[in-house]
Design a binder for this molecule. Structure first.
Ligand SMILES: [Zn+2]
Length: 292
């Protein structure tokens, strides 16, 4: 059964949660699960290189039945037909010689999955879960800019700056970012290399309550502006390089992003942040949005 040789088009960047498309393929994945592939989907698959936002779940209605989509992962098809999934993909994300696929993992297919190929399908994302993940993702980016602004006085050397012109602590120190329906957990390494770059980490533990208060105050101001959040979409393909934008009082904040987002900051009533230093000296930020 041949796999598609062009990349899946995605509609989640514009906020879509439903769509219609025929089933193009129903491959069995290396882990034994079955996936459905369509030409255009509203489902957000887990990114295999920076797995920050979890996959959408939902249902696919096809051939008179309804299949639960329990997971959605990224797959790639090489020029010679080789097929790889997630972390096993051997080339750079978005490599033009490969086709990039959203793989809708379905729990159970009655009968032969291959028999579904060609059938018209209706794709429906769990919209409530998506809304919570979008709120978490928007919050995560806002935290990055607020943290950069608050920590700016600690830098003693010139380093790369964010789109608002502040030393980009987020980009220079982040080691992992994970979202769930409750918010975002971001981890930053405050190690020797960050200090070498000019970050002053002295008294960081003692200053955390003050830093947190400043970050939350900034976030509160930003929410009040009800600024528009938009995603710049250079092309419809899954791995096209999209950019998140938000017009904050200090300028157009922007950052490359493969996820889904709110439409406006006013959709959040509040944004709470917790900052802690773990045993290894990493700064852990928990960001918890409250939707209005
Ligand atoms: Zn993002």
């Amino acid at each position: 059964m041949p796999l598609p040789t062009s990349s899946t088009e995605v509609t989640f960047p514009a906020g879509a949660t439903t769509g219609e498309a025929p089933i193009l393929a129903a491959p069995r994945l290396p882990d034994g699960r079955t996936a459905l592939v369509v030409a255009r989907t509203p489902f957000h698959p887990l990114d295999h290189t920076w797995p920050d936002q979890p996959a959408d779940t939902g249902v696919i209605r096809v051939a008179g039945g309804e299949l639960a989509v329990v997971d959605c992962v990224t797959g790639a098809v090489g020029p010679d037909g080789e097929f790889a999934v997630g972390e096993a993909i051997p080339v750079r994300r978005g490599d033009q010689a490969w086709a990039w696929l959203a793989l809708h993992v379905v729990a159970e297919v009655p009968g032969e999955p291959a028999d579904l190929v060609g059938a018209a399908a209706e794709l429906v994302v769990d919209a409530e879960r998506r809304a919570a993940l979008s709120a978490a993702h928007t919050s995560c980016h806002l935290l990055a800019f607020a943290l950069n602004a608050t920590l700016a006085p600690r830098w003693r050397k010139e380093v790369r700056v964010d789109s608002l012109g502040r030393p980009d602590f987020d980009n220079l120190a982040i080691t992992s970012s994970r979202m769930d329906e409750g918010g975002s957990r971001d981890e930053y390494r405050i190690g020797k290399s960050l200090r070498k770059k000019g970050f002053g980490a002295e008294d960081l533990a003692a200053d955390l309550p003050g830093i947190r208060a400043e970050v939350e105050a900034l976030l509160g101001q930003w929410l009040k502006t009800d600024a528009e959040v938009r995603i710049e979409v250079p092309g419809p393909a899954l791995t096209d390089r999209r950019v998140w934008h938000c017009g904050l009082p200090d300028g157009d904040a922007h950052i490359p992003c493969g996820g889904s987002h709110l439409g406006r900051l006013g959709e959040l009533r509040a944004l709470g942040v917790e900052l802690t230093l773990d045993d290894e000296g990493a700064l852990v930020a928990l960001t918890r949005p409250e939707r209005g």
